[in-house]
Design a protein around this ligand. Structure first.
Ligand SMILES: [Fe+2]
Length: 513
């Protein structure tokens, strides 16, 4: 590991690719939006510290992208197919809004009708909850990344509109944080530039000035935007984004890389209620097993961070695939096989994370060459990746999945040993992971976070997994009224109002392991 400070923008620009993929967008969209927003902020003569807030807000604008995935799949079916259209839709424009509604549950027949009916039934309140979860989770994650109040508000206000018709908080004009106003226009400009070039972006910006966008930011865009988009088409945006960051560039101590990786681990795990806490659980287990095998400290550190980020590529595959309770179709299975490839490609974008790319990207390889996506065999798989493969498989077995219940530790051990005997896993790594799994001390807590009571933590765990108040009541053998009462108290105590934000809080405080 590098011992000097680590350039935060290098890490976050790469990780923003995961959020692009999570929005069904091309893997440079956030970086391009960041360049446009930063340029507009400078052309508006904002002081450099304020430009810095615009820079990080635009770069991380989709930090909350996985928050609504579970609810979105229920309403719209394949979220990744509908998200790009939703993102560029002007909700106040009736024609655009109707076109979006009609795209719910693309496809034909019963499935399409079912999704359409659900969307209508959920109504404004349903779609508001989806939008609020994006803002709440994005803001919470930016806090964990230590990006400051400007960026936190920028992400919290990311779905507001100048005219006050935004569906999240309904703020208007100057009440909307400045970074959010620059980011909104820059993002749409990048989308429309890709669809129809700089002229299409300019036409869109003029049409939405005073409605969606801040008129002053639009005027600046009219002046400098089209030329900027033309220049960007010829630019290496990865080098440009690092050059565009206001000085002094933000750095983190190497020891903080874990915390940054943990935020993105939780972002990925939020994709489905089944995977909450998976990545951090794998990281803990893999690192403990590596210590038992006396791997050098540098290897253990690399493995821990690679394990936190191993499933980043999952966000590129629709939530409906991960939540499917039946066998996957061959097309779906092909998509699933791609997720470690995406993980690898995201990590190589960063000079700091690149050394982890191969380890993380090989977490589904098998010793006998039957794994994916490389189809590598024993000698080609580094020791860290072999450990990661076993730790990932063990942790996943102990969690519920849509198609099976989680296994008790003993049953999971049996299955892992059988897989090792079948030639999938390295025997030494298998032993180390099993021993490490048996070493988990039961957590003894003197107090729960945010003043939660023991009972409220039980309720929070079930809420995070998407159970309704009635299901929580049945599980805990309490009345529905009591369950509802607990849920309201929890939301107040943790300062959130959506399931996704509650799930994020639970992961952040390690309440799901
Ligand atoms: Fe995976």
């Amino acid at each position: 590991m590098v011992t000097d400070g680590l350039r935060l923008a290098d890490i976050l620009a790469a990780l923003s690719v995961a959020t692009d993929l999570g929005m069904g967008q091309e893997p440079e969209k956030a970086v391009r939006s960041c360049l446009v927003a930063t340029h507009l902020a400078r052309a508006s003569d904002l002081p450099e510290h304020a430009v810095g807030d615009v820079f990080y807000t635009a770069l991380l604008q989709h930090l909350g992208c996985t928050a609504p995935a579970h609810e979105w799949s229920y309403l719209f079916g394949d979220g990744l197919a509908t998200t790009p259209q939703a993102e560029r839709t002007d909700g106040a424009n009736r024609r655009e809004a109707l076109a979006l509604l009609m795209s719910a549950g693309r496809g034909t027949g019963v499935r399409r009708f079912r999704h359409l009916a659900r969307t209508v039934a959920a109504g404004e309140q349903g779609s508001r909850t989806v939008l609020l979860s994006v803002c709440e989770v994005g803001a919470r994650m930016s806090e964990r990344l230590g990006l400051g109040e400007g960026v936190r508000l920028g992400l919290r206000h990311s779905l507001e509109r100048w005219d006050g018709n935004g569906e999240a908080y309904g703020l208007a004009a100057e009440d909307i944080a400045l970074p959010a106003r620059f980011t909104a226009l820059a993002t749409q400009a990048v989308i429309f530039d890709r669809l129809g070039g700089p002229d299409a972006a300019l036409e869109m910006a003029r049409r939405r000035a005073g409605g969606w966008f801040d008129p002053a930011v639009t005027t600046t865009f009219e002046r400098v935007g089209p030329d900027l988009l033309r220049r960007l088409a010829e630019t290496d945006v990865w080098a440009a984004v690092l050059a565009a960051e206001p000085q002094p560039a933000r750095q983190i101590a190497p020891a903080r890389l874990d915390e940054v990786a943990r935020v993105f681990a939780d972002m990925v795990d939020l994709l489905t209620p089944f995977t909450l806490g998976h990545s951090s659980g794998v990281a803990e287990l893999a690192a403990a097993a590596a210590e038992r095998l006396r791997l050098p400290v540098g290897s253990v550190d690399r493995l821990r961070v690679a394990a936190l980020l191993h499933d980043l590529g999952r966000v590129a595959i629709a939530g409906v695939v991960w939540e499917k309770p039946r066998a996957l179709s061959s097309t779906e299975w092909e998509q699933v096989r791609l997720h470690p490839y995406y993980t690898e490609r995201i990590l190589v974008r960063s000079a700091i994370l690149e050394p982890l790319a191969r380890i993380a990207g090989m977490h589904h390889e098998r010793q006998d060459g039957s794994g994916y996506h490389h189809g590598a065999s024993a000698a080609q798989i580094p020791a860290e990746a072999r450990l990661l493969a076993v730790a990932d498989a063990y942790q996943a077995m102990t969690q519920d999945r849509p198609y099976r219940a989680g296994l008790a530790p003993l049953a999971a051990v049996e299955q892992i040993e059988a897989a090792a005997r079948a030639g999938w896993f390295d025997p030494e790594c298998t032993r180390a992971v099993i021993e490490a799994a048996g070493q988990h001390p039961t957590q003894v807590r003197s107090a729960w976070p945010a003043g939660l009571s023991e009972r409220e933590v039980d309720v929070l765990r079930l809420m995070a997994r998407g159970l309704s108040n009635r299901q929580i009541a049945e599980t805990l053998v309490i009345s529905s009224r009591t369950a509802e009462h607990h849920v309201q108290h929890i939301y107040t105590k943790i300062g959130a109002s959506t399931r996704a934000a509650a799930a994020m809080f639970a992961m952040e405080h390690g309440l799901l392991r």
